[in-house]
Design a protein around this ligand. Structure first.
Ligand code: HEC
Ligand code: HEC
Ligand code: HEC
Ligand code: HEC
Ligand code: HEC
Ligand code: HEC
Ligand code: HEC
Ligand code: HEC
Ligand code: HEC
Length: 336
């Protein structure tokens, strides 16, 4: 409540001040009894969460008497301020940041809050995502593969309901948003995938849910080995050369080649057990160059260590206890 003139005051002082500013104490306003909420308006304080001034029976903080006999006459009160101005008598501005939620900008505080009371905390008119679904179509948040905070109605895990300096009312920017809940380690290593380093998690993941596993925006296989088809890797080929593993011979498509023999083709493009990219690459970051994982899946739970060294014109892999295997783009190795 920082911006208000009542900053730092306890509720008692606040009420006294408001009463004084109204020119009298509650009991001395002609025709207005004190004890509104105990004598007649019990229904205004019945719910579990009652707004501070209502609980304090300080009805006139918002309902200013304008003369006449209450309850005999009509129109004896008017609100102390219109729309959001009423709330801003005591609360700090909710529409001062770069991005403001339209209902807040329009001063429609009562779209979400009850001015008096509610069965839900913060006098909200509905719980969790139900509040949001009063205006946003819930169908847009139902997917084959849901994201836990969306499915559990925790929209506020990522969005501020009023305002933010980030786009889309987000509570943090880029990867910082995801790292409110996920481990930062995911994006750390000797090689970091460029979109990950740039915090563009949502280029590959749909934050509200997806038709593909792992919230991915496009096709990427779950198994480590599968018959090759280019469309299996649509996610990667959205940014990378679609023909990476298509041609047996190339001197342009990829750096993973021995002379012009395409080693992506050799490992990935097989009609039975072709490798998925993730047998070698981590999609986020890895402790070795070129996103090469430290371990590749073996049989069952057994993981095979892989040691990769890069050279100017090629590289060497030591997989498990096998002999080192090398490739060189300029001076092809025999038996790569
Ligand atoms: C924080 C400001 C605020 C306080 C404090 C407050 N009210 Fe209200 N009240 C409102 C607003 C705003 C409306 C208009 C609601 C609407 O338009 O939906 C309203 C409407 C009403 C109405 C008419 C509509 C209805 O909800 O029944 C009554 C009666 C009423 N208030 C009684 C009270 C009483 C009694 C108290 C004290 C126990 C009180 N109010 C305290 C803001 C307040
Ligand atoms: C007369 C001063 C006053 C006015 C006017 C007022 N409030 Fe409040 N409001 C309070 C006080 C006092 C509290 C209790 C603060 C606390 O418990 O920390 C409160 C608490 C709240 C809370 C809950 C905060 C919490 O942490 O539980 C919400 C939400 C809220 N007010 C919304 C509104 C809205 C919306 C309006 C306008 C319709 C409004 N207030 C108008 C004084 C006011
Ligand atoms: C789209 C729905 C929505 C609208 C519109 C809205 N609020 Fe809120 N408000 C919320 C939600 C949800 C919370 C609870 C936030 C939380 O728990 O982190 C909240 C919390 C609050 C609180 C207590 C915590 C805080 O952030 O200070 C106050 C005070 C408040 N709102 C005032 C207002 C005022 C004043 C307006 C109008 C200018 C308004 N709200 C409009 C949804 C809304
Ligand atoms: C009273 C109606 C209303 C409620 C309730 C409401 N919204 Fe909105 N919201 C809107 C409108 C209108 C827009 C602008 C049009 C649009 O994007 O659909 C909007 C836009 C947004 C945006 C996009 C903002 C931007 O700048 O791109 C987000 C994010 C959002 N709402 C989140 C929420 C969340 C989270 C809740 C629940 C806490 C919620 N809304 C509840 C009316 C509402
Ligand atoms: C895990 C974080 C997260 C959660 C939880 C979340 N959102 Fe979002 N939301 C985002 C991000 C990130 C964007 C920006 C979309 C983008 O960049 O593709 C967004 C965008 C939006 C928009 C703008 C329109 C659009 O779809 O791009 C609305 C409206 C919205 N969210 C509402 C909600 C509602 C309602 C909930 C709860 C049911 C919710 N969000 C839960 C992260 C989240
Ligand atoms: C409010 C907390 C929260 C935020 C913020 C959040 N997540 Fe999540 N996310 C979860 C939870 C909880 C799970 C389910 C448990 C798990 O797998 O760790 C999950 C699971 C996931 C999964 C695995 C889904 C699956 O099907 O296995 C992905 C991918 C994911 N989140 C990506 C993101 C991205 C990208 C962001 C940022 C845009 C993000 N998350 C932000 C809480 C969050
Ligand atoms: C280039 C695309 C891409 C980007 C960018 C990306 N991810 Fe992923 N992410 C994936 C893929 C692919 C998987 C599935 C990996 C698998 O199946 O083993 C995944 C899986 C996940 C998982 C689930 C992990 C698990 O073990 O189930 C989480 C959480 C996650 N990503 C979070 C993030 C976060 C946070 C960011 C941003 C810092 C991010 N991702 C950026 C492609 C991406
Ligand atoms: C959003 C675009 C985007 C997507 C989707 C994407 N990448 Fe990348 N990737 C990049 C960019 C940008 C670079 C850096 C290219 C450069 O430096 O020339 C890169 C580089 C790489 C590198 C080389 C890393 C290094 O350290 O030199 C590998 C390996 C890689 N990506 C694998 C993948 C895999 C596997 C997928 C699918 C899971 C994928 N990428 C999806 C954008 C993407
Ligand atoms: C057998 C392990 C292995 C598999 C499987 C694999 N890669 Fe690679 N990839 C490498 C190695 C090693 C390099 C480094 C080549 C160099 O720079 O010398 C590389 C390099 C890359 C690069 C950097 C640019 C280039 O081509 O040199 C991209 C992008 C890439 N891979 C994407 C993918 C995608 C997408 C898949 C799945 C379709 C995939 N990789 C499957 C080992 C693999």
């Amino acid at each position: 409540m920082n911006r208000s003139p009542f900053r730092g005051m306890c509720l008692g002082t606040l009420i006294t001040l408001l009463l004084l500013s109204a020119g009298a104490s509650a009991s001395k306003i002609p025709g207005i009894p004190d004890g509104c909420s105990t004598r007649c308006h019990q229904s205004k304080v019945r719910e579990q969460f009652v707004h501070g001034p209502v609980k304090a029976d300080d009805c006139i903080a918002c309902h200013q008497p304008v003369g006449g006999e209450h309850p005999k006459d009509r129109g004896v009160f008017r609100l102390a301020g219109e729309r959001e101005k009423l709330c801003y008598l005591c609360h700090e501005g909710k529409g001062v940041k770069r991005v403001v939620h339209p209902p807040v900008a329009e001063g429609d505080c009562l779209a979400c809050h009850d001015p008096h009371q509610s069965p839900y905390a913060k006098q909200l008119k509905a719980l969790g995502s139900e509040l949001c679904f009063k205006c946003h179509d819930p169908a847009a948040f139902r997917h084959k593969h849901g994201h836990a905070p969306v499915a559990s109605g925790n929209c506020l895990g990522c969005h501020d309901p009023h305002q933010s300096d980030n786009r889309s009312l987000l509570k943090a920017d880029g990867a910082g948003l995801c790292f409110r809940c996920h481990d930062k380690k995911l994006a750390a290593g000797a090689s970091i995938h460029k979109p990950v380093a740039e915090g563009k998690c949502v280029r590959c993941h749909a934050p509200h849910g997806s038709d593909w596993p792992k919230l991915l925006r496009s096709t990427f296989p779950e198994p480590y080995y599968l018959p090759y088809a280019r469309d299996n890797f649509a996610l990667c080929f959205d940014c990378h050369n679609k023909n990476l593993a298509q041609d047996r011979r190339t001197d342009t498509l990829t750096g993973f080649r021995n002379g012009d023999f395409n080693l992506h083709y050799r490992h990935v493009n097989k009609s039975d057990r072709g490798r998925s990219c993730k047998t070698c690459h981590d999609p986020h970051a890895a402790s070795q160059p070129r996103l090469i994982k430290e371990q590749i899946p073996g049989f069952g739970d057994w993981e095979i260590p892989i040691r990769y060294t890069k050279t100017e014109t090629g590289g060497t892999c030591v997989v498990g206890c096998h002999k080192p295997k090398s490739y060189d783009r300029v001076r092809p190795v025999t038996n790569p």
